[in-house]
Ligand binder design. Structure first.
Ligand code: KG4
Ligand code: ZN
Length: 342
């Protein structure tokens, strides 16, 4: 079964062709980093305009790379939730046009569920359920119990910033261009993780929930020190920047690792499935390997499948279509939601 995936929920215009849920024939991404860098974050209106400009060429490229023609496609899959509503609409309308013109079914996919599927499609072996799902991205931070493909129960989520968003905002405070995550990881290698006594937030009565806005503010005050008027970025020496990057990263990752391993224990999961851009961090992967019990299986997305992409959308669509037979031309953009039904 050849499935064309389309993803436009945020600042990447992506399209991919995946065969039978696993074999990635193409995975094309037009990144918009250059467009948003000057603003230190994604500007929704600019993202939408760029999606409109590049959506058709990106789909054409995905087909060309896969060596698949339009009439060979069996299903169109598109992200419908969560994301920027205007951005989602562009992908959805392109998908509807293709479904109508080719007279093939159309299926809407949840982006967060697809991030978790990215790690599952990266494995040789079948994933054993129940598994714990951990999504750490620029837009989302959540833990879920995965009982099977398409069967998720939300356990916890961030009550304010997503962890990747915190990386990007802290980077901006330090004068590091967007997206800050990879650059903070690089800088942190030279720094002392205990130079600043930072800690991630806790949520009263919700031991597994996340909160990163206080951590970001703590970085701001630690950087400002006594001289609130000074330009933060200019005042920092290179070694202070490295120490701050290392201390912030340690505080964020101690929190992710601690709460995720606690959830795996509480929900009796022997497998953790990771998804989202922050799981690109080799530092995070190492920390999980060091701290998880020996018997725990840690499933990470393969290269190219951690950040936003359409292969994960087309891959998950295979299972969702097999389970539900869904063909819904009336799919709509839904800006917020974590998992189907939540
Ligand atoms: O999954 P993704 O592409 O987009 C969303 O769905 O949000 O994730 C992008 C996020 C950005 O916030 C970026 O800073 C973060 O992933 N990121 C990282 C690293 N690589 C990407 N954060 C920490 N360390 C990294 N190495
Ligand atoms: Zn994402």
């Amino acid at each position: 079964m050849f499935i064309l995936g389309i993803e436009t929920s945020c600042d990447e215009t992506a399209s991919a062709v995946v065969k039978d849920g696993k074999e990635v024939l193409s995975n094309c991404i037009a990144t918009q980093i250059d467009l948003h860098q000057a603003f230190g974050g994604v500007v929704p209106e600019l993202a939408c305009r760029r999606h409109v400009d590049v959506i058709v060429p990106v789909i054409e490229e995905a087909l060309k790379h896969a060596k698949v023609t339009l009439d060979q496609l069996n299903l169109i899959a598109v992200t419908t939730t969560p994301g920027l509503v205007g951005a989602l609409l562009i992908g959805i309308n392109a998908a509807k046009a293709l479904s109508l013109a080719l007279d093939i079914p159309l299926i809407g996919i949840n982006h967060v569920e697809a991030h978790l599927y990215a790690a599952m499609m990266s494995q040789e072996e079948e994933v054993r359920f129940p598994a714990l799902g951990a999504v750490f991205s620029g837009g989302h931070t959540a833990l879920a119990l995965i009982k099977g493909y398409g069967n998720y129960q939300l356990i916890s989520h961030t009550v304010d910033d997503a962890v990747g968003e915190a990386f990007d905002k802290v980077a901006k405070l330090m004068g590091i261009p967007y997206p800050g995550g990879p650059k903070i990881e690089e800088l942190a290698k030279e720094g002392n993780p205990n130079a600043f006594p930072l800690k991630s937030g806790t949520v009263k009565g919700r031991a597994l929930h996340f909160s990163f806005s206080g951590l970001k503010t703590a970085v701001l005050y630690a950087l400002k020190g006594q001289d609130a008027a000074a330009s933060l970025a200019e005042r920092l020496t290179d070694s202070e920047k490295a120490d701050m990057a290392a201390s912030f990263q340690r505080a964020a990752f101690d929190d992710l690792v601690g709460k995720t391993l606690l959830a795996a224990k509480n929900y009796q999961c022997q497998t953790i499935v990771f998804g989202g851009g922050v799981t690109n961090s080799q530092t995070l992967r190492r920390q999980f390997s060091n701290e998880a019990p020996k018997e725990m299986r840690l499933l990470w997305p393969a290269p190219g499948l951690a950040l936003d992409n359409a292969a994960m959308i087309a891959g998950l669509a295979y299972h969702q279509y097999k389970l539900s037979g869904e063909d819904n031309f009336l799919i709509e953009a839904k800006p917020t939601s974590y998992f189907s039904g939540s």
